[in-house]
Design a protein around this ligand. Structure first.
Ligand code: ZN
Length: 373
């Protein structure tokens, strides 16, 4: 970032704020105001390493220590996309806190010890990339949709490699197939080769922060390259904050797009599992949940209960049986994750309790000091 950007820092308009390309707006400015009064510097986290993070500030990218924003609760650890309040100077500079998250992407980590992991914060658009080069896996799309809705971001399904389906009619059938599993979600077919649909996609992402979801081979990298332009994808060299003149090469996981908007692309987002996504699952299968309201029994399992509106819809071909199967599968998977989490949280609480007794009040104070909100 050029030094001239600092000169407009004092401007009251959020659109001319040096962090505007990174999503700074009036709402964030208002939330940050008390920290500005304390002399702290605003910034958006572009990358988190162990114990440190890179934050883009009005003065450029600074490396800051995350000791104050790495609490015991993994869901409250600072992550890419967070709006941070950073020390104005010092060595090291610390991130003192971060603003309340508008949205958050969370994934379950290993199946052995289920644990939530924050992947990205303050995301507006979840772009689910699906390749048209292979057979559509509708169940997988539903899974990504559940994750997207749960995060609070708005999903958009992008069918990539549209040039591989030469027939426009064939493409529109595929779009329709996806639309049936994505109620209320825009579905767009694009080709980075022919440029089809890319202008629409660029327009969507220009308003806010986006993430790219999808399995490998779905065309996420190609989409990212197309949105970013080739220059931006070059690895960026940053100077170490220790002032010893060592240069380290580091990549940012959050980038301002030349056409407006911000793209978050972290490796962790590429293969995500569900994490307590009951509400997200409900949203993906909203038509089933709506039908279920008309079932005679409140706790209807839609098996063979009398007066089941869901079974009736399946018999009338208004609802594909596959949708109900998929809905049940994701609900079961979600319940397993939640059950494991509860066990983990219980164990954690027990551990905390023992720690408090062993280390007394000092340990509690240290914990409290590191906890945000
Ligand atoms: Zn029912």
């Amino acid at each position: 970032m050029s030094s001239s950007l600092s000169s407009v820092l004092s401007s009251s308009s959020s659109s001319s704020h040096p962090l505007a390309p990174y999503g700074w707006d009036e709402g964030i400015a208002a939330e940050f105001a008390p920290y500005a009064e304390q002399g702290l510097v605003p910034g958006r986290v572009v990358r988190v390493d162990r114990g440190q993070c890179d934050v883009v500030t009005p003065d450029g990218v600074v490396r800051a220590d995350t000791a104050f924003v790495t609490p015991h609760d993994p869901m409250r650890v600072i992550c890419t996309g967070d709006w941070a309040a950073v020390d104005p100077d010092g060595s090291p500079r610390y991130v003192r806190t971060y603003l309340p998250r508008r949205t958050a992407f969370v994934r379950s980590t290993s199946s052995q010890r289920s644990e939530g992991q924050i992947l990205a914060a303050n995301v507006d658009h979840a772009i689910i990339a699906v390749s048209l080069a292979v057979e559509l896996d509708l169940g997988r799309i539903e899974r990504f949709l559940a994750l997207a809705w749960e995060s609070g971001a708005h999903p958009l399904v992008v069918l990539t490699k549209a040039d591989l389906v030469p027939d426009a009619t064939g493409r529109s059938y595929l779009v329709q197939d996806v639309e049936t599993v994505a109620p209320g979600v825009p579905v767009l077919s694009v080709s980075s080769l022919t440029g089809e649909g890319m202008d629409v996609l660029a327009a969507v992402v220009s308003g806010g922060t986006s993430v790219l979801l999808g399995v490998s081979g779905a065309g996420k990298s190609t989409l990212a390259n197309a949105l970013l332009g080739e220059d931006a994808m070059e690895v960026q060299a940053t100077r170490d904050a220790d002032g010893k003149g060592r240069h380290t090469t580091t990549t940012r996981n959050l980038l301002a797009l030349p056409g407006g908007g911000v793209l978050i692309d972290t490796p962790g987002l590429r293969g995500v599992g569900l994490w307590d996504a009951a509400a997200g699952v409900g949203q993906v299968f909203s038509e089933i949940e709506e039908l279920a309201e008309d079932c005679r029994f409140h706790d209807c399992a839609h098996e063979s209960e009398p007066g089941c509106a869901v079974r009736a819809a399946i018999e009338d071909d208004a609802l594909p049986e596959r949708r109900l199967d998929s809905y049940r599968k994701l609900l079961r998977e979600n319940q397993r994750i939640v059950a494991k989490t509860d066990a983990r949280l219980r164990a954690e609480l027990r551990r905390d309790w023992k720690l408090r007794h062993a280390e007394g009040r000092a340990a509690m104070e240290a914990k409290r000091g590191g906890r945000v909100r």
